[in-house]
Design a protein around this ligand. Structure first.
Ligand SMILES: *Cc1c(COP(=O)(O)O)cnc(C)c1O
Length: 351
């Protein structure tokens, strides 16, 4: 049996390794659990599981439209933002066309490009930041998609809104920018601005968000994109009829307005960051100031060995060798107790 030529470059995703009982701080999940409002909505909806879900996620889209003050036609909902990236590639990318992204960033952009036979060009980060000049210079007539994560995973760095705007101004009309804002809810820097404010100014911009991180719903699989209706409505062509399940749709609509939970999550993250920065500074570790719910730290040792060592002691973190950052790790900010344990493990590395 022969597989498609394009798939020969694709290897199945390998999830972060962990072990039963270990504290998992390797996938940027919410350490406070799922949104309680979402859980309540799921309980209410269980009796309706005999019904197919709304294929257009209409109720959720109305809630999103209210939230962002955009028309409902600007939205599309997916089975996680991962599905949205693949839908975007499936809608716009012709085999052999180019996809531009960074070397040290989320691997799903590469996957989506390869899945549809794209040629993926990875531009090196510059000092941990997307190098927008080098990305623009790499664009050709054959470029179809550009993927930027803002804030970036795994570095936690961000591009300012005016940088995104000037990038878009210089981007040729035939190229779509996919701006992945999976962590935007965590960003507090005054120069951070969401791409959702730019959606109606640039008909070649798609902004994606997820319920997996701040809302604590990674296991349900739900994310969404916002763009000019002429873009989103085309993406519907590539979408399966019932891509997002009933429970995910109703949970997400409630989670969006679970302000108490969102605030608690943000407080935990900012207090954790403060504690971790102080501890890392004291021990002279280099890290990128993060606008997300994780910190990217230069450990100065083989990250896979550090990973094994920490896992033996009951904590899973993310080694960044697969991101081309051999001696870096990514730590998801946890509870105060978990953060203290992490710092204790770090100290033990130097003993
Ligand atoms: C976690 C993450 C996502 C979320 O993906 P889902 O499929 O919505 O769970 C998207 N982009 C980045 C950069 C992420 O780290």
């Amino acid at each position: 049996m022969k597989i498609r030529k394009t798939l020969r470059n694709v290897t199945p995703y390998i999830a972060g390794k962990t072990k039963p009982g270990a504290i998992k701080l390797s996938s940027n999940e919410n350490p406070l659990g799922p949104s309680p409002k979402a859980l309540n909505a799921i309980q209410q909806e269980l009796n309706h599981l005999n019904r197919y879900p709304d294929g257009r996620s209409g109720t959720l889209i109305s809630a999103l439209a209210d939230h962002y003050k955009l028309a409902p036609e600007c939205f599309i909902v997916g089975n996680g933002s991962d599905e949205i990236f693949a839908l975007i590639a499936g809608t716009f990318l012709e085999e052999g066309q180019e996809v531009i992204t960074a070397d040290s960033t989320f691997s799903e952009y590469n996957f989506s490009g390869l899945l549809f036979g794209g040629h993926v060009i990875k531009i090196a980060l510059r000092d941990g930041f997307f190098d927008t000049e080098a990305m623009l210079a790499a664009i050709t007539d054959e470029t179809c998609l550009v993927f930027i994560a803002n804030p970036n995973n795994p570095t936690g760095t961000f591009l300012k809104q005016n940088e995104i705007r000037s990038f878009l101004k210089r981007l040729p009309n035939h190229v779509i920018l996919v701006l992945d804002e999976a962590y935007a809810e965590f960003a507090t820097h005054e120069d951070f601005g969401s791409g959702c404010d730019l959606v109606m100014d640039f008909p070649n911009l798609i902004v994606t968000r997820t319920f997996s991180k701040i809302y604590g719903l990674a296991g349900l699989r739900i994310g969404y994109a916002m763009a000019y209706p002429s873009l989103t409505q085309e993406i519907f062509r590539a979408k399966q009829a019932f891509n997002v399940n009933l429970l995910a749709q109703c949970a997400a609509a409630e989670a969006l307005n679970d302000h108490d939970f969102i605030q608690k999550t943000l407080n935990l993250c900012s207090e954790g960051k403060k504690y971790l920065y102080e501890a890392l500074d004291r021990d002279n570790y280099f890290y990128y100031p993060s606008e997300a719910n994780f910190i990217c730290i230069r450990i100065g040792k083989d990250s896979k060995e550090v990973f094994d060592d920490f896992l033996d002691q009951g904590m899973a973190i993310r080694p960044l060798a697969s991101f081309g950052m051999e001696d870096w790790i990514r730590y998801t900010i946890g509870t105060q107790e978990q953060n203290e344990e992490f710092i204790r493990l770090l100290k033990s590395l130097r003993e």
